[in-house]
Ligand binder design. Structure first.
Ligand SMILES: [Zn+2]
Length: 307
């Protein structure tokens, strides 16, 4: 998650907490550029792998936005839900896997299971995007859909097949959430928040594929020049946010709605029905043939054995 500036009030407290816990648990640290990783001694290999995997994509992102992490950022690696929540004192949603506190120059990651460890480079890149966006905008406001959308889009290279299916189902079931409403997603339950993240990512995908990534960078530059976000948006695109919402809705409908046909469980269910029907017909035809053969054989037999 990012929207870290929502919890700024607790930021200083959290950083203090982390510093004291870091000292108490004698964590090891490793420097990579402006990032300082803190981890438990057993997690050295994990940290090295993480650094290796973010190296190239991070450079690409920095190049794209002509922004690099200038001021040191601490990256704390936690290995359990309890440890993660201990650091953040329950100030983040339970579904959160990581948090960025750009103003406090702090990222906390939770790598509690194999799946999270596998995804850790993507998760870290997501949080680093929040730091880069914050630095680029000098802390100015952008809506959550754009902040989260950029973080997901540039850390994952577009929507996964699974995400496309979730989006298609939401379109067909008329469950699409307004982009502006996504500002309050950090109070939502996990499934609704997941849909909000996917929508946000698709909105950024729409901008990049329709208007080009340069226009996205231009939008950020316009926001930085002390304009309000709606004003900066109109200046960049020539239409307002309401118009954007309509265009984005059209885009996702045209691009993803048909995918609902590919909902795999329903296909398996339908296919199993068809297979059952085929099996019944095959058995019926085979039995009929056998019966026919049997009748002819019996008839012949009767002929042969007759008086
Ligand atoms: Zn985020």
């Amino acid at each position: 998650m990012a929207k870290a500036n929502k919890i700024i009030i607790f930021g200083i407290f959290i950083v203090g907490q982390i510093c004291s816990l870091t000292l108490a648990k004698s964590l090891e640290k490793q420097q990579y550029g402006r990032l300082v990783f803190y981890y438990e001694p057993g997690d050295r290999l994990l940290t090295e792998r993480l650094i290796k995997n973010i190296d190239e994509p991070l450079k690409k992102i920095e190049q794209l936005f002509q922004e690099s992490v200038q001021t040191q950022v601490s990256v704390l690696i936690t290995k359990s839900d309890a440890q993660f929540m201990e650091y953040l004192k329950g100030r983040v949603p339970e579904w959160s896997q990581a948090v960025a506190l750009p103003e406090q120059r702090m990222i906390v990651l939770k790598l509690a299971d194999a799946e999270q460890i596998k995804k850790s480079p993507t998760i870290l890149l997501h949080e680093l995007m929040h730091v880069l966006i914050y630095d680029h905008l000098k802390g100015r406001y952008i809506p959550t859909w754009l902040n989260e959308g950029m973080a997901d889009y540039f850390s994952e290279n577009g929507l996964s097949f699974e995400k496309k299916i979730v989006l298609a189902q939401a379109i067909v079931n008329k469950k699409i959430i307004d982009l502006a409403a996504i500002d309050t997603m950090f109070r939502w339950n996990a499934p609704k928040a997941r849909l909000a993240y996917i929508e946000a990512q698709s909105a950024v995908e729409f901008i990049v594929s329709t208007y080009g990534v340069e226009r996205l960078v231009e939008l950020l530059n316009n926001v930085r020049q002390q304009r309000s976000f709606p004003e900066a948006f109109v200046k960049t695109f020539g239409f307002d946010l309401l118009d954007f919402e309509i265009r984005w809705n059209e885009y996702i409908k045209n691009k993803y709605r048909w995918l609902v046909l590919l909902k795999i469980e329903e296909w398996i269910f339908a296919l199993s029905g068809v297979l059952f029907l085929i099996a019944v017909i095959v058995v019926y035809l085979r039995n009929r043939k056998k019966l026919k053969e049997l009748t002819i054989e019996d008839f012949n037999h009767l002929d042969d054995g007759g008086p």
